[in-house]
Design a protein around this ligand. Sequence first.
Ligand code: G3H
Ligand code: 13P
Ligand code: ZN
Length: 332
Amino acid sequence: MTSYKELGLVNTKDLFKKAVSGGYALPAYNFNNMEQMQAIIMACVETKSPVILQVSAGARKYANQTILRNMAKGAVEYAHELGYDIPVVLHLDHGDSFEICKDCIETGFSSVMIDGSHFSYEENVALTKKVCEFAHSQKDYVTVEGELGVLAGVEDDVSSEHSHYTQPEEVIDFVTKTKVDSLAISIGTSHGRAKFKPEQCTRDANGILIPPPLRFDILEEIEKQIPGFPIVLHGSSSVPIEYVHMIEKYGGKLTDSVGIPEEQLRKAAKSAVCKINIDSDGRLAMTALIRKVFFEHPDEFDPRKYIGPARDELKKLYAHKNQNVLGSAGQA
Ligand code: G3H
Ligand code: 13P
Ligand code: ZN
């Protein structure tokens, strides 16, 4: 049994309270390897931003949970070494069972998500409540994120490619019954780099896809139901067209890529949305830079020479998000 406090980590409780009242959102960046972690910490130290390091089931499989947990501990020490202590949360992304959440809680995660959004409403309530009871009764309180509504993309079941928006009338009941600390909602975002079908979009003069706007009306209705309650947005990569073009210029093919425009995320961050999840943009930045190095230097075979530039670009991307999109810069 390891408590997150032993690793120098914090839960999301106070961070979310400050973010909601301060009109900004915390970055929740997924990480799977050392370079992503380094880039996140360098960017968050430079911009003085608190940060949520998040670990998916895929990351646990790829990198091993023990290694990731020790990397989070290293991240706290690394920030200190860089000269500025920032609050670091280690969060389980899309936990799909009580057992996974329990395992993470007992091994040093300070926050977990239990994603019961694919179950019936009653099953989602029961599962989320069970995780909250366990997480909240630890010696060091672990915070829990629940989800209501379904996002399209990796979360969806195979037969449906459409999102199911969160129903505002369910949120008070869900939050009261489960005692969840924050709630992920569905207002039109989705996972991955192709968030909308071309037929859902318009095109600008250059043929670039313009997505339909997020459903801010649903967000406003939810805020009326549970004023000041911490809201989370998943699937919030912007899919920068520069990276898509760069990847395609250097041999890749990413047809119909489209993300969530930065202005809309900025608007959301000023509301009760206090955590914004970003993974795909980091994948695009790394891939773009690695492809560029391979294309320009076909003889290169030292991984540091292509992962290094990818890490530099990642750091730039995260610093930009903190400063210009989430508003978390200067809040640590
Ligand atoms: O929510 C999805 C995240 O982007 C994590 O993706 O399961 O491929 O690690 P992953
Ligand atoms: P993106 O695929 O938009 O980066 O979303 C990541 C996410 O929601 C992780 O939980
Ligand atoms: Zn997600």
